[in-house]
Ligand binder design. Structure first.
Ligand SMILES: [Zn+2]
Length: 464
């Protein structure tokens, strides 16, 4: 039995790990898109490290595009096997892959228009490839072992990361010997977040592939986020009659913010201001959330007994069309939630562009922003930013709420690993982290008493 690291090795995106059984069966754990620009990953999205038509089974952990975003490419290149996922992951994957196909189509037409030679840039896949991919899904619930091969059973457990997200444990029969358990944490969420259930401990494994996103960091504690949020709304929208712009990822973060606003409405504490969720993807994603209460925690289920729609209230408007989006420009004293979270794409760029020079407005940063994005620059206190080729002075107020994170920090991840038995666990293989996070997390794991911890490189193979 052999494991090969075919993505997210030494970096944070492009998740893909290939397990080859002794009988030659090939099982791929995740098939994610790479979203960075490191030299060793050049052409990663175009070329697989294996033959797609030789893969028998894909086991998908969750719907983030860095975990599922190359599935249509895999299908386009010859994969015809089954793709396993939880029910909610399947539905979120459908809308996120269509969105990804749409973005690629737009990007390649843009590149082709600027090209001077005859070469045509082709998108990785299109909507038809996404449709073909969705045909191959088989969905399963949490906490039930299911067979994917005569010698392999799998169980999904809550990862508490995004809707539908799961850790993956494979129980592999070895004839005449004790079964092996191979665990794949995928992305580990955090306890006590709104909407989703907490991460559930995994079975004690022999081998574990573990993520490391925040392997060298601790999150700040911020239990007062709702009060902080209310103060920002009051100051911006009521006192200053300005606009509060919240750049947020359409899946997960947007629904968390809307749910928090919904709670403030029910408590009669939200000032009488209109709220716009300006993102077609967020509209679709919210519908998927509503269809999957099986992923919700007790708190929101109790809340829904009083308010059946936690993602909607009278003053909230979801906007789809470009006209509706443009009309928001002329509004004052309102809240606008729009993607992307880093302000480097999507409609929120236009909203920030129009609002940033006016001191009555506030930009509220609620998520991770890479340093070289407008969101990252604002977070780092930039006085001026460049958008659409123009320099804009930052006169609007910039506010940061740090408590929203879908990834556990190193202490939370080590807590999550407490269910592992140190004398049974032979090896932890760290993936899905940048270099400092990977080595930092390895040190923290050693301090916590875990023995063998490896950091595989892209393409590395290990015999289990
Ligand atoms: Zn993720």
């Amino acid at each position: 039995m052999q494991l090969q690291f075919c993505g997210a090795a030494g970096t944070v995106t492009g998740s893909a790990h290939l397990l080859t059984l002794d009988d030659g069966t090939k099982i791929l754990l995740d098939c994610g898109l790479y979203q960075g620009n490191e030299p060793e990953y050049a052409n990663f999205n175009e070329r697989f490290l294996f033959r797609p038509d030789e893969i028998d089974i894909v086991v998908l952990s969750h719907a983030h595009i860095d975990h599922c975003g190359r599935l249509p490419k895999l299908v386009k290149d010859g994969f015809r096997g089954r793709i396993y996922a939880t029910h909610a992951t399947r539905d979120l994957t459908a809308i996120l892959l269509l969105d990804s196909a749409h973005i690629q189509d737009r990007e390649s037409s843009f590149t082709n228009r600027r090209r001077k030679d005859d070469h045509e840039d082709e998108p990785l896949y299109d909507a038809k490839d996404v449709a073909d991919t969705m045909e191959l899904f088989r969905t399963v619930g949490y906490n039930k072992w299911f067979g994917i091969h005569p010698d392999v059973e799998v169980v999904y457990k809550d990862a508490g990361h995004i809707l539908g997200s799961a850790t993956v444990t494979l129980r592999i029969k070895r004839h005449g010997m004790r079964d092996y358990l191979l665990g794949f944490t995928a992305d580990i969420g955090r306890p006590d977040r709104p909407i989703l259930r907490d991460p559930v401990p995994m079975d004690a494994c022999d081998f574990l592939i573990c993520e490391s996103t925040y392997g060298d960091r601790l999150h700040e504690e911020a239990p007062q986020e709702k009060e902080h949020f209310l103060r920002v709304i009051q100051q911006t929208c009521v006192t200053q009659k300005g606009k509060l712009i919240i750049p947020a990822f359409s899946v997960g973060r947007t629904q968390e913010i809307v749910y928090m606003l919904d709670q403030l409405v029910r408590e009669n504490r939200l000032p009488d201001v209109p709220v716009y969720v300006d993102s077609p993807l967020a509209v679709n994603a919210t519908r998927v959330f509503e269809m999957h209460p099986e992923c919700f925690d007790k708190e929101i289920l109790d809340y829904m007994a009083l308010d059946p729609n936690p993602f909607g209230f009278e003053k909230l408007k979801y906007t789809r069309s470009v006209e509706e989006s443009k009309a928001i420009n002329n509004k004052k004293g309102c809240i606008v939630i729009s993607a992307s979270g880093m302000i480097n794409a999507g409609r929120v760029k236009h909203h920030v562009f129009n609002a940033i020079e006016h001191p009555e407005n506030t930009i509220l940063i609620v998520g991770y922003c890479a340093d070289n994005t407008p969101g990252g620059q604002l977070r780092n206190g930039a006085k001026q930013i460049r958008m659409f080729g123009e320099y804009k002075s930052v006169n609007a107020h910039v506010e940061i709420m740090r408590s929203f994170s879908a990834h556990g920090d190193y202490r939370e991840m080590i807590d999550f690993l407490r269910s592992q038995e140190k004398d049974k666990l032979r090896n932890i293989m760290l993936v899905h982290g940048d270099k400092n996070a990977l080595t930092g997390f390895r040190d923290h794991l050693h301090e916590a008493g875990f023995g063998q911890v490896d950091i595989p490189k892209l393409g590395d193979k290990v015999d289990l």
